[in-house]
Design a protein around this ligand. Structure first.
Ligand code: ZN
Length: 256
């Protein structure tokens, strides 16, 4: 079986500008995420970052990516619109997209959701308990009923997203909020998963449970061998019918 080709995308600014983040992720968040995925023999993992030409997401890279993971925060606005369109087209054509943590406000996630994707947040080093609320879902494979992150940034409802097609995780926070932490969608032929944890000042992407979720999500979001998505640019005027239809009424005006 051919390997799942994963591109781990990272904004890669906090790590270079703030010592406190560089201490946790000396080679960048993307390196830690890629290392976790790299433990799995069925993945072929590469990384891309904002400041590379085309943000590291050339057409060739995207054409050879089955699943793209996206971590961004302070520079969402620097991601060029044409690259966002390029990524969206690949999702419609079948590429999986996994939006991580503050990727909820990325251009690509907001475009694919069609909503503002805003939420409530707080940085108070509080405990997060992530409950599995769809235990049969492939993204929950290998987990217990819940797992805990000892210190996390809080994200709370209301989270302005469309109702997920599958909701795999719900988070509880020490301060009292709850949050839809693992949300599945389909867009065109592609699958989209949002996974909440991953604030840059905590070592969350080294945690075995988080790495398990990301590996599960990559396998879930990988393209399936379905029919090509036909509606990239225009609606289709289906003048050729599969079976014969009665003659059209010649008196009726056609406006389409
Ligand atoms: Zn954060």
């Amino acid at each position: 079986m051919s390997k799942i080709r994963v591109t781990v995308w990272n904004e890669y600014r906090h790590e270079r500008e703030q010592d406190v983040v560089a201490k946790v992720y000396p080679d960048g968040l993307h390196a830690a995420i890629a290392a976790g995925l790299g433990e799995h023999a069925d993945f072929d993992v590469r990384t891309a970052t904002l400041d590379e030409p085309d943000h590291g997401l050339t057409q060739d890279v995207l054409d050879n990516t089955d699943v793209l993971t996206w971590w961004g925060h302070k520079a969402h606005h620097e991601v060029r619109d044409e690259i966002v369109e390029r990524v969206a087209d690949r999702v419609y054509a079948g590429m999986g997209l996994i939006a991580l943590h503050s990727g909820h406000h990325s251009k690509i996630f907001r475009k694919l959701m069609g909503t503002r994707c805003s939420l409530r947040w707080r940085e108070a080093d509080e405990r997060e308990r992530i409950w599995v609320v769809e235990p049969g879902h492939p993204i929950a494979a290998g987990l217990g009923p819940y797992f805990e992150i000892p210190e996390a940034e809080m994200y709370g409802e209301y989270f302005d997203i469309p109702a997920p097609e599958s909701l795999v995780f719900v988070s509880w926070f020490q301060g009292g909020e709850v949050f839809r932490s693992g949300c599945c969608y389909r867009r065109g032929n592609g699958k989209v998963f949002y996974f909440r944890p991953g604030h840059e000042t905590y070592p969350i992407y080294y945690m075995p449970e988080v790495r398990q979720v990301l590996a599960n999500a990559v396998r879930w979001a990988a393209p399936t061998n379905g029919p090509a998505y036909p509606y990239l640019e225009h609606a289709i005027n289906a003048t050729e019918t599969l079976e014969s239809l009665p003659e059209r009424d010649a008196r009726r005006e056609r406006v389409g």
